[in-house]
Each structure stands twice: as C-alpha cells, then as structure tokens.
Ligand binder design. Structure first.
Ligand code: FES
Length: 357
C-alpha cells in the first residue's frame, strides 16, 4: 500500500493511503477529542466532536471518518473548530440529564470531561424533558439509563461486531431514538440474547450503561487498578480489577492486541463473578476428614497425607487403580504438569478434565 503526505497543524505526516485524518493526527501525537470513535470498531461518525478544519476550503471535516488525500492541509484547533465542538456538546447536553453529582459515571464520563474542557456551562437549547425514558435494571448485572445515552453506538457495535451477541440495536427516530433490546425490554428478558459480557458498559462514554453490583461502591478516582489474568478458564483473558479498600468493585477491560482478548472481551463470569474472592465460606486452608468431620490442616500435613495414601494404593493395587480429575480453572501449564505427574509418578492414564464432564 502506498503512502501519502498530509500537513496537520503545520507538521508533515506520511500515512497509508487508507488512513483517516484522525490516524494522521494520532501519528504525530496531536490529540483530537472523540466520543463515537473506537479503533476496534467500525466507523460511526455520529458525534462530530472530532471535527477539524480544511485549511484551504475552510470546511469542517469529521476527522475519524474522513480519509486523507495527498497534500491535504488540516488545522485541528481554530475558532471555527472550537465553536463547532462547543455547539455539538451543547446539542448533546440539551438531551442529557444534568445529574453529574449523583451519576455513577462521574469522573469517568467522556462527555463530562469535554464539557469541562470546552467550558460549556449551559446548553443554549434548553434541557430535555426529565425521565423521558424508563431506566431498565431488572437484571442483576447492568443498569441501562437511555436518558444518559448520547447515541454514539459504541455499545451496539461492540455487541454486534466483537461479542457477536446481537442483543441491542437502535430503535425509533429523532428525539425518541434509543438503544434497546428487542421490544424495548430489559437486557435480562427471556428472549434477550445478551450474555452479560459487560462490553457495552466498558464502551459507554457516559453513565447510560453501568454495572449494578458496583453502584455506590466508589468513584473512578478512588479505585485502584490491578491488571491480572481471569481465573475462570485456561484462555488467560487479561482483565483490570478495580479495587477499593482491598475489595473488588468491578472488572474493567484492557485493550491490547497481544492479549487473548484484544478488545477487552470477557464472559459473564470473568466480568461479574468475583464475590468468591472475599466470600466468608471460601476455603483458604486444606481440609482432611477425621472421624467423619473435615478439619483444617497445614499444607505440609495435607501433602504428606495425600502422598502416603496415593503411594499405598499404588503399592497394593497398581497405578491403574488411581484416576485424576483436573480443572478448567487451572492454566494449561498446571494441567500439563498434572497429567505428567499422574502418568509418570503414579503410572495411570486415567486422567480427565472438568471441561469434558
Ligand atoms: Fe468522529 Fe464521533 S468521533 S464523529
């Protein structure tokens, strides 16, 4: 593929012929605000926050959706650009509740940040009718408040293009437009194909989609971010635990093309099933049954006991009298070591894995 040269804010940039103005600006670290754009999703071009000015014609162009042409000269910050971005923010705000103080997304809302940056204190078009849409929250995982939705369509695209669930789409037109599941029901409705992967919440730039279990548990700036591997299967998805007071509040996505889940995908377990970490009934010490009752013992005692029992069975009845069952929650390496131990040390080929149950 050939390259072409464009000039962005006076800097010459060489880019692929298929690049957009936003790609060209990113290449030289010129920041352009976006709301509906995501590098892993198809283009939508709906928010128009990313407008830039063509230095020759004076036209405003949506940088995320405009392909570069050779010799183009672009300015990313001019009075005209700032005025247009402000106007677009005012239009969004005119159809958005003004409840930042109690909104779950406060501090993590792209709209709030841009409104602050562009000093849009009051929309000149009046404010929306309050409670225009019903909040959908009949499921245990995700609250869906269409009143806060800016129709950027990132949730719809990630659902359709990455997760391939086809659970949500746009319905209605004009001021009644919104994102919904079929028949405008809750995400957890019987016929809904939502699998509660949480990808829509991760993509949402406002507080329209939020995690129910995290409600009231902490603001974005209070949460410590810990990158880790999901404990639920051997795929090794990378996730971001968001922790407050040493307790997991929610699980966020990490976007990295080198990860097995490059667009931050998780399953419902990886996203929501972390109560076990602090559960009072969680086993933290080995148990041995003595006189019919389980008793907590040290790891040394448990290992000695197991080795002695397995050795006795092997001696009396041979290795084939022993079978081993391992777990999908272990890593591939752990499962490999387990079968090696069963075959090499105990002399049995009766090894299985819970994924085949
Ligand atoms: Fe370009 Fe929304 S980010 S139109």
């Amino acid at each position: 593929m050939g390259t072409i040269t464009v000039t962005i804010d006076g800097q010459q940039v060489e880019v692929d012929q298929q690049a957009t103005l936003l790609d060209a600006a990113n290449k030289v670290d010129i920041e352009i605000p976006t709301l509906c754009y995501h590098p892993d999703l198809t283009l939508h071009g709906s928010c128009r926050i990313c407008v830039v000015e063509d230095a020759e014609s004076g036209n405003l162009l949506a940088s995320c959706a405009t392909p570069v042409t050779d010799g183009m000269k672009i300015k990313t910050i001019t009075d005209k650009v700032i005025e247009a971005r402000k106007m677009n923010l005012e239009l969004l705000l005119s159809d958005h509740p003004n409840d930042c103080m109690t909104c779950e997304a406060d501090g993590a809302c792209d709209l709030q940040e841009l409104v602050y940056e562009y000093d849009v204190s009051e929309p000149s078009f009046g404010l929306m009718e309050e409670g225009k849409f019903e909040v959908k929250n009949e499921n245990p995982f995700i609250e869906f408040d269409s009143n806060k939705c800016i129709l950027c369509g990132k949730c719809v695209r990630v659902d359709n293009e990455v997760q391939c669930s086809g659970a949500i789409d746009f319905i209605e037109r004009g001021f009644s437009s919104k994102v919904a599941v079929p028949f405008d029901q809750d995400l957890g409705a019987d016929f809904s194909s939502c699998v509660f992967c949480g990808q829509c919440v991760e993509m949402c730039p406002t507080g329209a989609l939020t995690y129910k279990p995290a409600k009231g548990q902490g603001r974005e700036y209070e949460l410590e971010k810990v990158e880790t591997t999901c404990p639920y299967c051997g795929v090794g998805c990378q996730i971001e635990l968001q922790v407050k007071d040493n307790k997991i509040v929610q699980v966020g996505s990490i976007y990295d093309e080198d990860h097995p889940n490059p667009v931050g995908e998780t399953c419902v377990k990886g996203r929501f099933a972390y109560d076990f970490v602090d559960h009072p009934e969680r086993l933290t010490k080995p148990l041995i049954k003595k006189d019919g009752e389980f008793e907590e013992v040290s790891w040394d005692e448990a290992l000695d006991y197991t080795a002695q029992k397995l050795g006795k069975i092997k001696e009396e009845d041979g290795g084939e009298a022993i079978a081993g069952l391992t777990s999908a929650r272990c890593s591939n390496e752990e499962n490999y070591i387990f079968q090696k131990f069963m075959r090499g040390a105990l002399g049995t080929n009766s090894v299985d894995h819970c994924a085949r149950l």
